[in-house]
Design a protein around this ligand. Structure first.
Ligand code: GDP
Length: 313
């Protein structure tokens, strides 16, 4: 099996290759920086992150006193790594029991697949999982999850045609009653209008909060009660192929729901990998996982340096 970093590289190469060619010349001059600017913009890095990266890179080049364009590439890896490092955070599930994770994403982003992957990831790290499924699961995905449900401690709570918020409420209540470690709440990806979608998601969040606080293992100070209210995590799944559009989605969902993390899918495809830099600059929300394939095991934690190296390899 191809390693995930190879899959990531293969995906990013399509955009990264044009960035790497910038450094094949013989001198470091304005033309190099102009070419680099164009290449970064083409990789969907966005104007703000591109400006930031160029400034940071020029400073590093000056400090290093190098005259070799090939060395500039190495310095760009450093600039990109330092920009992306704030996005590198693990999803922690130990504190609350259950930890309630609400997952949103527009249709086609890879939400169903990512929930399957996340369920597998959690189950293989011995967390007991309960899944709240709205009636939006494709049959194949539900079957796939069913296989996992048989093998691990995963239950699925769903209800045909019911109110998604009611399904979520029942599932979180059941998760508490059954002492589960994690309740994953899937949400619909498409409704008649975007406004409807946001309103429904906000309602799900409100209704889930009404189930009351979850056990807090940290037993911290006074603010504990509020922070122990579910959902503890609100994740957005975005398609890494959709570039600046993905950034627009991050902003819209974050404004409506208050996101705590992202899953960026399809980075093994024709990824516009620069969008992560745009997210880091404009809406730095942790990237808990990246998707690098269609199989359940194709989920990886995000590492800023590895990603930067892969993008520029
Ligand atoms: P949903 O509509 O958001 O639930 O999206 P799905 O989970 O159904 O995924 C849409 C398509 O994207 C499916 O064909 C998936 O197999 C594919 N997909 C999801 N994640 C990845 C990924 O990380 N890499 C690749 N190559 N394909 C993916």
């Amino acid at each position: 099996r191809k390693s995930w970093i190879d899959k990531l590289k293969a995906g990013l190469r399509k955009t990264g290759a044009s960035i790497a060619t910038v450094f094949t010349g013989t001198q470091i001059d304005d033309a190099l920086y102009e070419d680099l600017e164009a290449a970064l913009l083409m990789a969907d890095t966005g104007v703000k992150a591109t400006e930031h990266l160029l400034q940071d890179l020029k400073r590093r080049v000056k400090d290093s006193k190098t005259t070799d364009p090939a060395a500039v590439k190495g310095l760009l890896v450093e600039s990109l790594t330092s920009l992306l490092t704030p996005l590198q955070k693990p999803l922690l599930i130990g504190r609350f029991k259950p930890t309630v994770i609400m997952v949103a994403g527009v249709n086609g982003a890879g939400k169903t697949t990512s929930i399957g992957k996340l369920t597998r990831h959690l189950a293989t790290s011995n967390a007991s999982v309960l899944l709240a499924a709205a009636d939006t699961f494709r049959a194949a995905a539900r079957e796939q999850l069913g296989v996992w449900a048989d093998r691990t401690a995963v239950d699925i709570i769903s209800q045909d045609g019911g109110d998604p918020a009611a399904v979520a409420f029942d599932a979180v209540s059941a998760g508490k009653a059954r002492g589960r470690d994690v309740v994953l709440v899937d949400t619909a990806g498409r409704l008649p209008t975007q406004l409807h979608l946001m309103e429904e998601l906000k309602k799900i969040k409100r209704v889930v909060q009404k189930t009351g606080p979850c056990n807090d293992n940290a037993n911290l100070s006074s603010s504990t009660e509020a922070s122990s209210l579910p959902p503890h995590e609100v994740l957005l799944v975005i398609d890494g192929n959709t570039g600046q559009n993905a950034l627009t989605q991050v902003k819209a969902f974050d404004d409506a729901l208050g996101l705590t993390g992202l899953i960026v899918t399809k980075l093994d495809g024709t990824a516009k990998g620069g969008v992560l830099a745009a997210i880091a600059r404009e809406r730095p929300i942790p990237v808990y996982f990246i998707g690098v394939g269609e199989k359940l095991e194709d989920l990886e934690t995000f590492n800023a340096r590895e990603f930067s190296q892969a993008l520029l390899s």
